[in-house]
Design a binder for this molecule. Structure first.
Ligand SMILES: NC(=O)c1ccc[n+]([C@@H]2O[C@H](COP(=O)([O-])OP(=O)(O)OC[C@H]3O[C@@H](n4cnc5c(N)ncnc54)[C@H](O)[C@@H]3O)[C@@H](O)[C@H]2O)c1
Length: 313
């Protein structure tokens, strides 16, 4: 919206929140399966496809649900875009496509070997887009996010998942006494402090990358890895939350989780080179500060009937 676009959000609110939609944006409360009808009415500059089931652990327990829902809805949405002449499609893809990588930082050309049915379902959509791009006029951007984190620095939008599985909000809530102690999964990884290392990218930098990718589609389809290019261990995230909040993060040390690689760090050289994208929030404390500010100001998240629940993990 701030970039001057007219925005319509289609969300079934299964995980999303009505209160997260700013004034001036139309919300259509519907399933992606119904997007065809919506796209048939009007002229659209592009579709950005964020909707998904996105819990890696859940996908290991219920793989076919992920393949059917994420894959099937992705196929249907691409088909609808083709039939209604939508020229551009941006997919929220994932670092999970790379499973346990051979080397870091991970470039777009790295070996693809999804670490879960969740990652496999995103790969299925990426492949469908390749065919749609080759055989139709649809131009696509596959944006493979690493760990999305942080909140709107102006405090308007923040992170509220149920269940919450992301490390930064869990660590903040543990520090604030709103959740049980955080469990650190794995302390014997081949990393400097033994805990897993991830690349955290601020949501505003992600949003900016989407706008640049949309422009880039005027020249042709693109695939970009999106991270800051810096890895932080779980212990470094805990230390950052403690610095930002000035409180200890109660935590326990636990065993590794199956399928969690030691280190996931993106090479975002390609998007930087081709679009000039540069992450503004390239310091972990900056990212954690925005997340902490939002959680301090919104103790019940979006304040729906569903309060924060579940256990820290
Ligand atoms: N958060 C991350 O670190 C991360 C990393 C890599 C990729 N991604 C991808 O980015 C996207 C957004 O992630 P998020 O963390 O904001 O997830 P989220 O669950 O917070 O948001 C997904 C949104 O899609 C909606 N939705 C889901 N299924 C739907 C359906 N069938 N019809 C209509 N609406 C539906 C939900 O209600 C929710 O508002 C997802 O596709 C996810 O796989 C996220």
């Amino acid at each position: 919206m701030e970039a001057g676009a007219q925005v319509v959000v289609l969300d079934n609110l299964r995980q999303g929140h009505r209160q997260a939609i700013p004034d001036g944006v139309t919300l259509i409360e519907a399933d992606v399966a119904e997007a065809d009808q919506v796209l048939s009415k009007g002229k659209w500059a592009g579709v950005l496809h964020f909707a998904a089931l996105s819990l890696v652990g859940e996908s290991m327990r219920d793989p076919m649900r992920y393949m059917i829902e994420n894959g099937g809805q992705g196929y249907r949405l691409i088909d609808a875009c083709i039939r209604h002449g939508v020229p551009k499609f941006v997919l929220s893809s994932t670092a999970n496509l790379f499973g346990t990588p051979d080397q870091v930082p991970i470039t777009e050309g790295a070996r693809i070997a999804p670490g879960s049915p969740y990652g496999e379902s995103k790969l299925a959509i990426e492949k469908a887009l390749q065919w749609a791009g080759e055989l139709h006029d649809l131009r696509f951007a596959c944006l493979r996010y690493f760990n999305a984190a942080g909140a709107d620095p102006q405090g308007r939008i923040g992170e509220h998942h149920d269940p919450e599985t992301h490390l930064i909000p869990l660590a903040i809530d543990a520090a604030l006494g709103r959740r049980p102690p955080l469990v650190v999964f794995g302390t014997d990884y081949p990393t400097p402090d033994g805990t897993a290392v991830r690349d955290y990218i601020h949501v505003n930098d992600l949003a900016e990358a989407h706008l640049l990718a949309l422009h880039q589609l005027d020249r042709g389809s693109v695939i970009y890895n999106l991270g800051c290019g810096a890895g932080y261990s779980v212990k470094q995230v805990i230390a950052s939350v403690e610095r930002v909040l000035g409180r200890k993060v109660p935590h326990e040390l636990g065993p590794r989780r199956a399928g969690d690689p030691a280190i996931l760090v993106a090479s975002s050289d390609r998007i930087q080179r081709e679009t000039g994208w540069t992450p503004e929030f390239n310091d972990l404390d900056q990212i954690v500060r925005t997340a902490a500010d939002w959680r301090l100001a919104h103790p019940a998240g979006y304040g729906s009937s569903r309060e924060y629940s579940g256990t820290a993990r």
